[in-house]
Design a protein around this ligand. Structure first.
Ligand SMILES: [Zn+2]
Length: 235
């Protein structure tokens, strides 16, 4: 939220001065001949700047709204239109909705890389490097990737057929909890299981716990309700 303070000047008419000419001496120096050209440039910059800011803001709100009950592109757009009217006016409602549709399908590449590295490290540390390679995706809207009616938090799932693990982007838990979630799925990989009712999975989780892996001490907290993958992805 820290960056919010910089949004106002960029879109409320002060943006021109702030971005191009310093806080006090900008627009008065522009000659009348150049004024029209400058206005065109300013409107272009403001559009691009507004869209760039909105891309970040929309991602923020998708995660917030997903954390607090779920959202869809239309709901996210309504939220952003309400929270950021000036930025949205700069690019238009239709573009805001198009951005929401695009970003609901987005993956956070840097977070995916982080958890891909953790998968590799945990594989060597706790599984002797024996697990097959799975791609780990940190995604904004997991219902796009693993559609289902699961409302449990945090949403996440595994697709054995495609060798992929999906983790929801979230603001509610820290690295330790996300490591526990990743280990949870790696135990599924090790045992070839997809549900938490399987005894083999429980045995593997106990082995990991005793081995010092990031596993919650309480078996009740180790289980999650998986999002439901469509059958076409499962088999
Ligand atoms: Zn599970």
């Amino acid at each position: 939220m820290k960056q919010k303070g910089s949004f106002g000047p960029a879109v409320n008419g002060l943006g021109h001065t702030a971005e191009h000419a310093g806080p006090k001496d900008g627009i008065n120096r522009v000659s009348p001949k150049k004024e029209n050209v400058m206005k065109d440039e300013v409107s272009t910059v403001n559009y691009d700047r507004a869209e760039a800011l909105l891309r970040s803001i929309i991602k923020y709100w998708i995660v917030q709204l997903m954390d607090y009950g779920g959202t869809c592109p239309v709901t996210t757009a309504e939220c952003v239109l309400d929270k950021e009217p000036a930025l949205c006016k700069a690019i238009g409602k239709e573009r805001v909705l198009a951005l929401c549709k695009e970003l609901h399908r987005a993956e956070n590449i840097s977070q995916s890389e982080w958890y891909q590295a953790r998968f590799h490290q945990f594989n060597n540390q706790y599984f002797g490097g024996t697990l097959p390679d799975y791609r780990v995706h940190a995604v904004y809207d997991i219902t796009v990737w693993a559609p289902g009616d699961c409302d449990e938090f945090p949403r996440s799932d595994i697709d054995h057929a495609a060798h992929e693990i999906y983790l929801s982007m979230t603001h509610c838990v820290g690295f330790r909890e996300m490591d526990e979630l990743l280990i949870h799925f790696m135990a599924h990989v090790a045992t070839g299981t997809s549900t938490d009712e399987d005894f083999a999975w429980h045995l593997e989780m106990e082995r990991l716990r005793q081995f010092g892996a990031p596993v919650d001490a309480s078996p009740d907290n180790q289980s999650i309700v998986h999002a439901k993958l469509p059958n076409t992805l499962k088999n």
